[in-house]
Design a protein around this ligand. Structure first.
Ligand code: F0G
Length: 456
């Protein structure tokens, strides 16, 4: 299993340390057996998220000095606007403090009470904003996406038959837009193919329905298209990204992923009337339409980050690093979702802890054990993250019960991954010793962030 050498060298380092086993026991108990509630200082390798955790380049750090912190009309906004136009191709850009800020505006603007929003699997914040705006999310992803063991190069694809059936059932006028994720986070970072996006586009156009892209990991998606889809091998990442975006009407973006910054986001679209609405709503929730919750310097760093994100060496090393980690784990017999996705390796907790019932949160328990055993932080993506149905209050029952090990961009080296592989494989060897968890505190929204547990 080969490792693609990094296309950068290290110019600044941040020391990290590993607590003793006893200290880790104390820390996770205090955190209510929820790794989200650990102090970052108590974590050795932090695979909690790839969001906002990347390392900026020297050019991005230099860009911070170019911040124009004017309240209105900052030059950094125009730089960002031009960069988004150039690489994503939309006409209008509205900045936001991060992805969910953009989702809030998009949802408020387009969704009416009683609407349906089909999507290739949900993402918690995206779905919640759709629901808060009065919509009902409908999952239209291909069945394989719900099966951790199914093969498939594009497990993020939309099932066109499911989409047609929904349009037939509720009528196009009650579908404000189709929400497309690329890649699909909750399915394991799986990509959607260009051909599938085109098919969605065609069907949507026939019915006058908009397509809105969740663009936060679309550069990673573009890399998979280049590697896996016929006809794209000789196209650049930038060309593929532009083509993907051209098949949609608008996007929301969390700059904390592909765009290599610690904070920031935007939405982008083509219709002038929608732009007017969005740039009015942004004033209410984020800030003026030329900063939207970001400092000028952050917009500058994001513009540079977008340019770097589409470079072949960067994205190739990025995705291959994730792949190396996943393939090494699989070679040790650890159940991971295959093919490995773009931003994270997902452990299949249903198989890893097949003796722990779903009511006892096996994925959460596994995340706790990885921390106890090695100081690695990961995040549950299963029963806990799926939350409850907003109307009935019943727990949602996802088919996937996963632990996500998300890889920050340009942060860890091969030896960190080798360490993590050994640690996870050793937990796997003694998995039968583990019991589940009992939920002791459950917040109302996005419960996985603040829930607390006790060990059974
Ligand atoms: N869409 C997707 C697919 C995401 O993964 C995220 C964030 C968002 C939207 C929201 O963006 O955090 O900037 O408000 N995902 C992070 C994660 C939190 O860990 O996967 P945000």
């Amino acid at each position: 299993i080969s490792y693609e050498a990094e296309p950068y060298r290290i110019k600044a380092v941040e020391p990290i340390k590993r607590l003793t086993v006893e200290q880790r026991k104390g820390a996770i108990e205090q955190a209510g057996y929820n790794p989200v509630l650990l102090k970052s200082e108590d974590v050795y390798l932090d695979f909690f998220t790839d969001s906002g955790t990347g390392a900026m380049s020297d050019r991005q750090w230099a860009a911070l000095m170019m911040g124009d912190e004017a309240y209105a009309g900052s030059r950094n906004f125009y730089r960002l606007e031009n960069t988004v136009r150039r690489y994503y191709g939309y006409r209008h850009v509205v900045p936001a403090h991060q992805g969910r800020g953009a989702e809030n505006i998009m949802s408020k603007m387009l969704i009416k009470q009683g609407d349906f929003v089909p999507g290739n699997m949900y993402f918690p914040s995206t779905r919640l904003h759709q629901e808060l705006a009065g919509g009902t999310f409908v999952d239209i992803i291909v069945d394989e996406a719900h099966d951790a063991q199914a093969p498939g190069l594009f497990k993020g694809n939309v099932d066109i038959a499911k989409l047609s059936a929904l349009i037939e059932r509720v009528g196009a006028e009650r579908i404000p837009y189709i929400s497309l994720g690329a890649t699909v986070n909750m399915a394991g970072g799986q990509p959607i193919s260009m051909a599938n996006m085109r098919a969605v586009r065609t069907l949507a156009q026939q019915h006058g329905i908009r397509v809105v892209l969740d663009a936060c990991r679309s550069v990673e998606n573009a890399y998979f298209v280049q590697q896996r889809e016929e006809g794209y091998a000789s196209k650049s990442i930038a060309e593929i990204l532009l083509e993907m975006c051209s098949l949609t009407d608008a996007c929301t973006m969390s700059g904390k992923k592909d765009a290599l910054v610690n904070i920031g986001g935007w939405l982008a679209l083509n219709e002038a009337s929608l732009y007017e609405q969005a740039s009015n709503l942004v004033l209410v929730y984020e800030g003026l339409h030329t900063y939207g919750g970001m400092a000028g310097r952050d917009m500058e760093a994001m513009a540079v980050g977008i340019e770097e994100s589409v470079q072949q060496e960067h994205i190739q090393a990025r995705v291959k690093q994730v792949e190396y980690f996943g393939h090494r784990l699989a070679a040790c017999g650890v159940p991971v979702i295959l093919p490995v996705g773009g931003h994270a390796v997902y452990l299949d907790a249903k198989r890893f802890l097949d003796h722990v019932p779903l009511e006892e949160f096996p994925a959460q328990r596994l995340a706790v054990e990885l921390y106890l055993a090695s100081g690695i932080r990961s995040v549950e993506r299963g029963t806990l993250s799926a939350g409850r149905n907003v109307t009935t209050g019943e727990p949602n029952r996802p088919t996937l019960e996963l632990v996500r090990l998300a890889i920050p961009r340009r942060v860890y080296t091969q030896s960190h991954f080798d360490f993590a592989v050994e640690a996870i494989a050793s937990v796997h060897r003694r998995r039968k010793e583990l019991r589940g968890l009992r939920l002791t505190h459950e917040p109302k929204f996005l419960r996985f962030f603040q829930a607390r547990f006790e060990l059974l």
